[in-house]
Design a protein around this ligand. Structure first.
Ligand code: FE2
Length: 233
């Protein structure tokens, strides 16, 4: 099974992994705790708001609750290692030990989402294809009208992303794994009411071998979240 997933990931830059949805309970608890304390950042969880890089008439209510401490990243790593999502660490040729969760966050969108900006998540001159992964799954069941993920088979740095766009719905117990560097993607546009909350769990995995550390720190500085390059313990 993993061989097929690996081939799919390497040829298409994307694959899907089924896992037991209950494994996400500790991540859900983090969201409940944040909600109970009125979404105040803590020593473990930071909060980052949408940078308004997407133009829209309405304000985009998107924010990230990201791991800010060793304890927080350990919790998110343990969830991944404790279920079938650990397969993600074997999708590339990077040795399992070196393919580590370097960042993790809960992504929240309230209300509608406009036409998004195509982008790659992990960009650095030293980071190549098959060295990093973004892994996304719904934290809570999403209603049908809530948008999914749009990827494109057009290679990065080309212009016709739209033409080769593929839409993916988020399903409970299924994570979408795509190449963090090579796979260009965006949030699918959707209309929702102000009360609709879309919550996704996101893990960022990367080759954390010695020679990649500098590059990972550069990416962390750019995207504003701390990088955790140490071993999974
Ligand atoms: Fe992204």
């Amino acid at each position: 099974m993993i061989i097929n997933k690996k081939i799919e990931f390497k040829t298409k830059g994307i694959t899907k992994i089924s896992f037991s949805n209950e494994a996400l309970s500790p991540c859900r608890q983090i969201y409940y705790n944040l909600r109970n304390s009125n979404f105040e950042p803590t020593d473990d969880i930071g909060i980052k708001h949408h940078d308004d890089s997407v133009k829209s008439d309405n304000e985009i209510k998107m924010r990230w609750f990201f791991a800010k401490s060793e304890a927080a990243i350990k919790l998110f790593r343990d969830v991944l290692d404790g279920c079938e999502l650990s397969l993600s660490r074997s999708l590339t040729d990077v040795p399992y030990e070196n393919m580590r969760v370097v960042q993790a966050n809960i992504i929240e969108v309230r209300g509608s989402y406009p036409v998004g900006r195509w982008h790659s998540d992990m960009v650095d001159e030293k980071l190549s294809k098959n060295q990093s992964i973004t892994l996304l799954t719904p934290l809570f069941t999403l209603e049908n009208h809530i948008g999914g993920l749009e990827t494109t088979s057009t290679p990065r740095n080309m212009f016709n992303y739209e033409e080769n766009s593929i839409r993916h719905k988020y399903k409970d117990g299924e994570a979408i794994a795509f190449d963090g560097t090579a796979t260009v993607h965006r949030t699918e546009k959707y209309e929702a009411s102000d009360g609709d909350i879309r919550l996704l769990m996101c893990w960022q995995l990367a080759d954390s071998s010695e020679e990649m550390i500098e590059s990972l720190y550069r990416i962390g500085t750019r995207n504003g979240d701390p990088m955790f390059v140490g071993k999974h313990i």
